[in-house]
Design a binder for this molecule. Structure first.
Ligand SMILES: Nc1ncnc2c1ncn2[C@@H]1O[C@H](COP(=O)(O)OP(=O)(O)OP(=O)(O)O)[C@@H](O)[C@H]1O
Ligand SMILES: CC(=O)N[C@H]1[C@@H]2OC[C@@H](O2)[C@@H](O)[C@@H]1O[C@H](C)C(=O)O
Length: 372
């Protein structure tokens, strides 16, 4: 019988809005029980430090290089993760001894798949020491060593969730609208195809923050009052990224922010919500078939303007759009749950990535394991 482990996943995504913590019990294969979730937001000051980390990382060419300031930010990030784990255990009446492993994503500070370079900060050794729990971290690196894009990794988990739809004979596509958006298509025969689909919330967040100081457009309310500026939308949607069937994973800096003088606050937010929605549809053109159902997760599902645009576009093509919750999942917890699932797969030596997900030549496992 396969070993069932209790695992906690820790995700600090490209939006840099906080740490997501989720617990699951799994054998890393078909057995999966989802447990509690908690989000620990970053304060504005630390978000600023993470943005600084992106700047420091930009000129790096060696993924293990840590200039002093980056090293300090990495340590602070790690300690914040340790604190988040402790708070999570306390809140849900759990003990460290009852958790087999932490799946630690860290923070991506640079991602240049074409150069075979991806850098996540986060010290797994230190996290294991602080929490007393074994850690699996750095799960993207081995994929790149074997010629993959190093992202996306969540598809292996989406495949585990998709079982019930497959049984109903429906092709399903998970859409994660985070800082960047990414798709996982799971066909009726279990065929899996995944890639980053374009800008998600990052452009909207940058635009709204620049003008109002708010971190994002709450509920999509600002964009809801604006109209789409077609010429600006086209500038994004004509990007070579959407042309040809060569998919690549994206870095959050790959699409330039809108300039202040180019639109009113409302029209800019509306236009960028439209761009986020249309990007998904454009990229979905490269899927093996039109999905019966889209399941939307990530913070972007809370932007009603983006969701309304996306639903209209998808329904026109005959697909149904559900939020993760409508499909019986938790859209906030999914990436953290995925990192817990991947950690257990790593312990089992099972593949994390596949030719259809990152473009790696053959399925490969990955992750650095630190025993507590
Ligand atoms: N209530 C809300 N209304 C509108 N947008 C929201 C809301 N809550 C979150 N968001 C958006 O979701 C983003 C965070 O999404 P999420 O946590 O899925 O991203 P992430 O995991 O950091 O990114 P990625 O998946 O790219 O790594 C925020 O930056 C914001 O743009
Ligand atoms: C390099 C990196 O951190 N990529 C993220 C980012 O955020 C969304 C998208 O771009 C995806 O490729 C990936 O994260 C998710 C969790 C993944 O690997 O599946």
């Amino acid at each position: 019988m396969d070993v069932i482990r209790t695992a906690i996943g820790l995700m600090s995504g490209t939006s840099m809005d906080g740490i997501d913590v989720a617990l699951i019990r799994t054998d890393g294969r078909g057995f999966l029980e989802r447990g509690p979730f908690m989000g620990v937001p970053y304060d504005a000051d630390f978000r600023g430090r993470l943005k600084r980390a992106l700047e420091i990382a930009r000129p790096l060419s060696d993924r293990s290089e840590r200039p002093a300031e980056l090293h300090d930010i990495e340590l602070e990030l790690t300690l914040r993760h340790a604190t988040a784990v402790t708070a999570f255990l306390e809140r849900f009446g759990l003990s460290a001894a009852g958790v087999d492993v932490l799946g630690f994503h860290g923070q991506t500070v640079l991602h240049r798949p074409d150069e075979g370079l991806t850098i996540q900060i986060g010290d797994g050794q230190e996290l294991a020491k602080r929490t007393g729990i074994s850690v699996v971290y750095d799960m993207r690196a081995n994929d790149m060593v074997h010629g993959g894009q190093g992202a996306p990794l969540v598809p292996a988990y989406h495949a585990a969730l998709a079982g019930k739809f497959q049984q109903q004979g429906q092709a399903v596509c998970f859409v994660n609208i985070g800082g960047i958006s990414n798709l996982t298509f799971i066909g009726t025969a279990g065929r899996i195809s995944a890639f980053d689909s374009g800008p998600g919330n990052t452009l909207i967040d940058q635009w709204v923050e620049m003008q109002t100081g708010k971190a994002y457009d709450p509920g999509g309310e600002i964009g809801g009052r604006g109209k789409v500026v077609a010429s600006l939308a086209e500038r994004y949607l004509q990007s070579p990224f959407f042309r040809g069937n060569v998919r690549r994973s994206l870095d959050r800096g790959d699409f330039a922010p809108l300039r202040l003088e180019e639109a009113s606050l409302e029209d800019g937010a509306r236009t960028l919500a439209h761009v986020a929605a249309a990007s998904i549809i454009k990229s979905a053109n490269f899927l093996p078939e039109t999905p019966s159902i889209y399941i939307v997760c990530g913070g972007g599902r809370l932007n009603a303007t983006l969701m309304a645009e996306f639903s209209v576009m998808a329904e026109r093509l005959g697909s149904k759009v559900l939020t993760a919750e409508e499909a019986g999942f938790d859209g906030d917890a999914m990436e953290a749950e995925a990192w817990a699932y991947l950690a257990v797969r790593s312990l089992e030596g099972l593949p994390l990535t596949f030719p259809g997900t990152t473009g790696v030549g053959a399925p490969v496992s990955g992750g650095v394991i630190v025993e507590a």
